[in-house]
Design a protein around this ligand. Structure first.
Ligand code: KG4
Ligand code: ZN
Length: 362
């Protein structure tokens, strides 16, 4: 089944066509238009500008992705959560496409998309693996893909979703079955990275900047708090960390070493995320642990979680998106959409609605 995925919930307009079957979802074609350079000037995403830029880009991107490709069998679009100005553009484009072509439509949750970003497969990677195993043909279709490789999703899966708008621990019992263990009660982890970066004059988005500077810094130079580290639940809070960084800068401006600041700040966020995930893993004994969302691009977070899982839960699989699929993308929406399309979980173009506050799990 070929699925066209459309994503426009924040500052990336992204469209992808995937070939999906029981053997996995493979990229046929994909295009993304990032708006970061424009929003950078304002220190964050400006919803009205985002909406306009999505509107300019979405049709040319759909056209470019479908060029010289076989017709899709379904269209999956992010209908929430996210910025209403962006969601409306994606939903209206998908609705129109469905109306004109009669293709069935999947209303897709952005967070579910991030979870499925770990399942995106690339023909090139499969072909590369085959070079090591010449007995396999290198036909470019999913029928020649390996079955039950280490990338298939085994349940229950514990998902740490960390992005600019979300910090959630979710247990996924099966496709489409989610239970929320905990979430941030204030700022999201990505938002905390972005606000911390702003305090020291780094441009938006701050996460990649902080992690780069942190590489040569001392993680123990500044004793930042680890908010809610010992709370007996799976909730998070990051606004106190930002405030503590603000006061530290006010009182220690002269002695600021930017690398040490970044390393200490990053470590405080990572310590909380990893500790809560490990506690949840001990309680729920998942077969898979998933790290996803924009903050999953953070190298130190990836490595720390990986080594904690290897040390404490050696039989649990750790799944991450490929680095480029940590960020918002249309491919992850296509994969999530595929699992709904398989169940014929479609929404008519007459009924689909953007919902900026759509909760995946309760
Ligand atoms: O998932 P995403 O692309 O958009 C949302 O749905 O929010 O996530 C964007 C967030 C931003 O807050 C950005 O600073 C953060 O992901 N981010 C990072 C890194 N790369 C992106 N945070 C920490 N370290 C990184 N390397
Ligand atoms: Zn996202």
């Amino acid at each position: 089944m070929r699925i066209l995925g459309i994503e426009s919930s924040c500052d990336d307009t992204s469209v992808a066509l995937l070939d999906c079957s029981d053997k996995g979802c493979f990229i046929l074609s994909e295009k993304t238009a990032s708006q970061i350079d424009v929003h950078k000037k304002y220190g964050g995403v400006v919803p009205e500008i985002a909406g306009r830029m999505h509107a300019e880009k979405i049709v040319p991107l759909i056209e470019a992705v479908l060029e010289n490709q076989p017709k899709p069998d379904a269209v999956a679009v992010t209908s929430g959560p996210g910025l209403i100005t962006g969601l409306l553009v994606g939903v209206e484009a998908a609705r129109t496409l469905s109306y004109i072509t009669d293709l069935p439509l999947v209303s897709t949750n952005h967070i579910e998309g991030h979870i499925y970003s770990t399942q995106i497969k690339n023909y090139d990677t499969v072909i590369l693996n085959r070079v090591k195993d010449p007995s396999r043909s290198d036909k470019r279709d999913s029928s020649s893909a390996p079955q039950n490789d280490k990338t298939d999703l085994q349940f229950p899966a514990l998902c740490l979703v960390v992005s600019g708008g979300h910090t959630e621990l979710i247990i996924m019992k099966d496709h489409g079955k989610y239970k929320l263990l905990g979430a941030t009660i204030d700022d999201a982890a990505g938002e905390c990275f972005d606000k911390g970066a702003k305090l020291i004059g780094l441009p938006y988005p701050g996460g990649p900047q902080i992690s780069k500077l942190a590489l040569t810094g001392n993680t123990e130079a500044i004793k930042f708090p680890r908010p809610m580290l010992n709370s007996k639940d799976y909730n998070f809070s990051f606004s106190g960390l930002k405030t503590s960084a603000l006061y530290w800068l006010r009182d220690n401006k002269e002695s600021l070493n930017i690398n040490d600041f970044c390393a200490s700040f990053e470590q405080a966020i990572i310590d909380v995320l990893v500790a809560k995930t490990m506690t949840a893993a001990a309680e729920y004994k998942p077969k898979t642990i998933i790290l996803c969302g924009g903050v999953s691009a953070n190298k130190k977070l990836r490595e720390t979680l990986q080594s904690e899982i290897t040390a404490n839960f050696p039989n649990t699989r750790f799944q991450l998106p490929e680095l480029k699929y940590s960020m918002d993308n249309g491919a992850m929406i296509a994969v999530a959409g595929y699992h709904h399309a398989k169940q014929k979980d479609f929404t008519s173009w007459k009924k689909i609605k953007a919902d900026p506050n759509w909760k995946l799990a309760k």
